[in-house]
Design a binder for this molecule. Structure first.
Ligand SMILES: C[S@@+](CC[C@H](N)C(=O)[O-])C[C@H]1O[C@@H](n2cnc3c(N)ncnc32)[C@H](O)[C@@H]1O
Length: 218
């Protein structure tokens, strides 16, 4: 028997995708989300194209990550230019692309500051824009808008000014009014505001404030 106090437990709740995102640990993030389903905003945008009779356009998947949305676009017959700042994204993506559709995919390792965007039907930016450094955001948004053909769409998320991560350096967060201003020139098809707190028992609880957007360029 000993009367020493037991060492304090170092057990912590497991790291989740959001913990890797907060730390900008992209390989950790890719491993945490590998194989997840496509984002609702991407699915809604592609469904809207299908309703318009457009079944195989050209999409730019901006900051595509390990490729959950790119794989869905390819599955639905689209051509895709997938970009990301981290090369591991495409190391994970390419082996999961069916050989028959590889001619429809090109990948580009580039940062938001220097990504050139070709003319396209869809710019998909799922959970991507908040990670653009604020000094590069206005030019990136201008490039996004001018890349989308009239009748084309933007799909993705903007993070709000009440989100916990708005206080982190190097992030781009916007008020709802600013997002709506950015979307002038678009007909808004989805604008879903998500604002909630994490459960207190997760590793690093945060306040979420984000806007899920699908918009059609006039
Ligand atoms: C939260 S992940 C989203 C990935 C994917 N779109 C998804 O929905 O899962 C953010 C992505 O932004 C990329 N990223 C972060 N900073 C970047 C930068 N400065 N330039 C380009 N990509 C960047 C990361 O590599 C990562 O793939």
């Amino acid at each position: 028997m000993t009367d020493e106090m037991p060492a304090p437990s170092t057990d912590q709740p497991p790291m989740r995708a959001q913990d890797y995102s907060e730390a900008l640990d992209w390989p950790g993030y890719f491993a945490a989300v590998l194989g997840k389903e496509p984002r609702d905003t991407l699915v809604a945008a592609v469904d809207a194209f299908a309703r318009d009779g457009v079944l195989e356009g050209l999409a730019i998947d901006l900051a595509a990550g390990e490729g959950r949305d790119t794989l869905e676009l390819l599955r639905r017959g689209w051509k895709v230019v997938a970009t990301d700042g981290h090369p591991d994204a495409f190391t994970l993506l390419w082996p999961r692309v069916p050989e028959a559709v590889t001619p429809r995919l090109s990948t580009l390792v580039a940062t938001f500051a220097n990504t050139q965007l070709c003319e396209c039907d869809l710019v998909n930016a799922s959970f991507a824009l908040p990670f653009c450094e604020p000094e590069h955001f206005p030019a990136l948004w201008r490039r996004i808008v001018s890349a989308i053909r009239p009748g084309g769409r933007f799909a993705g998320q903007f993070f709000g000014d009440r989100d916990t991560w708005a206080a982190l350096p190097g992030r781009s967060h916007h008020s709802e009014a600013t997002v709506r201003t950015l979307l002038e020139g678009f007909e808004i098809e989805m604008f879903r505001v998500e604002e909630r707190d994490d459960a207190p028992d997760v590793r690093n609880p945060k306040h979420w404030h984000l806007f899920h957007v699908v918009a059609r360029k006039r």
